[in-house]
Design a protein around this ligand. Structure first.
Ligand SMILES: Cc1cc2nc3c(=O)[nH]c(=O)nc-3n(C[C@H](O)[C@H](O)[C@H](O)COP(=O)(O)O)c2cc1C
Length: 354
């Protein structure tokens, strides 16, 4: 990392406090790209592992998957890890447009480096639309919100728009609103909970990323996201690791899913790295668009993560495509942000070893 990057005041101290007013409009292209990374790192990722690395190179940003942060049990094929890189990439796309540049992207540009997910550079100047502005504002407002949602329906035109934007990114979004469809999916989610929590390796892996609410850790999950208060969060990792809490979690998630106004499932035609990268961008676009509509979202991916349940989810949706993610959306209060590693920690000078 060069000297100016290390000491650069453009990198926000608290990543969530980044201010667009610090964009170096008169700066060099490298300085502008560096500033944009402030937004990339606010993207969501599985267990908040933030499995990405960035390199500023040849007038663009290279986005690498950091497989040292893989979740071998819940995500053995790095499917969600690659999607998480896709969410960071979409955050970059939104930020670039906001600051007046058309992003130019090459996905998986190198056959020699399988961890190089994308190259993205500043293209022609671009006039941002009102919706571009709304998506950009949603970056700092977006959270994974695991609270119950209000009993308030989501308007159909907004749902149609979410389906449309997912399609534009190459994913199919299935919308489940009827009581019977939600109940069937909720039952699969509950079964997924029982199977995951019944597996000591799954519990150990989750516990390793779970921290107390007061922890200074800049990745992983503060206990409060799983409902632990400050005191209980000190024992959170022990509890999660030690006991089979599947039955309680199943009942909780079943109620949460059935009580949400809408459940969404992403599916894709293909099931490989390029499709996952596209799904990650589709996910992020849906999340930001939803947040721009004042909606909140959280994940109920158990029926995709438990491989035996994945075909049953496809059957429920009556699709030949591959289920990738399950979301619930609805209206709620804003929740606290989760921590992020600063840009300096994810910026690299040289490509990581293959
Ligand atoms: C691909 C992907 C999969 C995820 N899967 C789950 C999940 O199964 N359950 C869950 O509660 N959160 C899930 N999350 C949400 C992350 O835990 C969350 O993004 C992370 O903790 C950061 O918090 P934030 O989204 O509030 O910024 C997932 C996120 C991504 C990007």
């Amino acid at each position: 990392m060069t000297e100016w990057m290390q000491t650069n005041a453009m990198l926000a101290e608290d990543p969530w406090q980044v201010s667009e007013h610090h964009f170096p409009r008169e700066g060099t292209e490298d300085e502008q790209l560096l500033f944009l990374l402030n937004y990339a790192i606010l993207a969501p990722s599985g267990h908040n592992t933030q499995p990405w690395l960035f390199r500023i190179q040849d007038d663009g940003i290279e986005v690498y998957a950091d497989r040292r942060r893989a979740l071998a049990v819940v995500d053995p094929g790095d499917r969600e890890l690659v999607m998480s890189c896709g969410t960071a990439l979409f955050h970059l796309r939104v930020a670039m447009r906001h600051f007046g540049f058309q992003p130019v992207i090459t996905l998986l540009p190198s056959a020699d480096h399988r961890d190089l997910m994308a190259r993205i550079r500043l293209g022609a100047s671009y006039e941002p639309t009102l919706n571009d502005h709304r998506l950009f504002m949603a970056i700092k407002k977006r959270r994974t919100n695991r609270k119950p949602f209000r009993d308030r329906p989501v308007p159909s035109p907004e749902l149609d728009q979410l389906v449309q934007v997912a399609r534009e990114e190459g994913a199919t979004l299935h919308v489940l609103r009827s009581r019977s469809a939600k109940e069937k999916l909720a039952a699969l989610i509950a079964e997924g909970d029982r199977r995951q929590a019944g597996n000591p390796s799954f519990r150990r892996e989750l516990a390793a990323w779970l921290h107390s609410n007061r922890s200074s850790s800049r990745d992983g999950l503060p206990g409060k996201v799983l409902g632990f208060n400050d005191l209980a969060s000190l024992a959170g990792p022990f509890i999660v690791r030690t006991f089979d809490w599947g039955e309680g979690q199943a009942a909780h998630d079943q109620q949460l899913a059935e009580g949400s106004p809408v459940l969404l499932v992403f599916t894709t035609e293909e099931d490989h790295q390029a499709a996952w990268l596209r799904t990650g961008q589709a996910l992020d676009r849906v999340l930001l668009q939803a947040r721009a509509y004042d909606l909140h979202a959280s994940y109920l991916n158990q029926p995709v993560e438990v491989s035996a349940l994945r075909p049953r989810l496809a059957e429920l949706l009556n699709t030949d495509e591959h289920p990738q993610l399950v979301l619930r959306i609805g209206y709620s209060e804003q929740v606290d942000p989760t921590p992020r590693r600063p840009v300096q920690e994810v910026l690299i000078d040289e490509p990581p070893p293959t």
